[in-house]
Write a protein of this length. Structure first.
Length: 297
């Protein structure tokens, strides 16, 4: 595959590129090949190349709710953040997969469209938000998405309705189909600009007050167990401040694990496993990870 960079000179492609440069946790080993497509056509070209050469394919957005293992990622990894256009027409906002969810909420606000306020501080990309049905403060992506364009593994491009996306808690049908989200359209409602801005500011202030935004993290680590709150269970287990290597259960919000001193993915995983074991032992509750953990050991 040594000719991949010369085969696609119009696409920025890096070999053996450390992914810690791109992840919110500042951890992660090298990608064998890392490409930054700028268009749907470039994504299709790269996916077809991976298929033809039987290369494992991984697609990333902002890499915010993600831990890449220290061994890096085999095959071809795409980062879609250069596909980031956002357009507004009437009550609909359409954003490409690499657009930041935060920027999309700002576009909605600037056009006095309400419905996306809950996502004002979610650090992920639109592709990740569709893939994971991202949510916060009582809102979920599924409540406002009208449709999404998805590139399926066989190379076909399909426009999926909200129903076809089959959203669940931190889940969508894209996870099952192994498709690549290309864009999404949100159907919103007309609202009062000042009220929308005030709500977004309020939620961002709440987030800043409660979450360790000053340190690298992968966001909320665990799914909410039925009948409980993960953060409270971790706090009640006395685990805040628990540290392995450079990764630590945040002393500000127990649901977060932060990188306090050159932590590695192995450090993060060690903290996750200790938290799971301790909470299970003390309360009989099995915590499931919300964060995706990918790559080689």
């Amino acid at each position: 595959m040594a000719n991949m960079m010369t085969e696609f000179p119009e696409i920025e492609i890096k070999q053996d590129e450390p992914l810690m440069r791109y992840t919110y946790t500042h951890t992660g080993g090298p990608a064998d090949w890392l490409a930054f497509p700028k268009s749907v056509e470039e994504v299709q070209t790269l996916v077809a190349y991976a298929n033809d050469h039987q290369l494992p394919l991984t697609v990333l957005g902002n890499a915010s709710n993600l831990i890449v293992r220290d061994g890096g990622i085999e095959g071809l990894t795409l980062i879609l953040t250069r596909m980031n256009s956002i357009s507004v027409a009437d009550d609909r906002v359409t954003a490409q997969a690499g657009a930041a969810y935060i920027d999309t909420t700002i576009a909605a606000r600037d056009h006095s469209l309400t419905g996306l306020e809950f996502a004002a501080g979610i650090p992920g990309s639109i592709g990740g938000a569709i893939f994971m049905n991202a949510g916060a403060y009582g809102g979920e992506t599924k409540q406002v998405v009208e449709s999404a364009t998805v590139l399926l593994p066989d190379g076909t491009v399909s426009r999926l309705t909200n129903e076809e996306l089959d959203f669940g808690y931190r889940h969508s049908s894209v996870q099952d189909s192994h498709g690549v989200v290309l864009d999404a359209t949100f159907r919103l409602a007309s609202g009062d600009h000042e009220q929308i801005a005030a709500k977004m500011n309020e939620l961002n202030a709440r987030r800043a007050a409660k979450q360790p935004l000053d340190l690298p993290s992968c966001g909320s680590v665990f799914k909410r167990p039925t009948g409980y709150f993960a953060g409270k269970l971790i706090h009640d287990a006395g685990l805040q401040g628990y540290t392995s290597g450079g990764a630590q259960v945040s002393t500000k919000h127990a649901g977060f694990i932060v990188n306090i001193d050159h932590g590695t993915a192995n450090d993060y995983v060690a903290v996750i496993h200790h938290v799971q074991e301790t909470v299970k032992e003390k309360f009989g509750v099995s915590l499931q990870t919300e964060v995706r953990i990918i790559g080689r050991n």
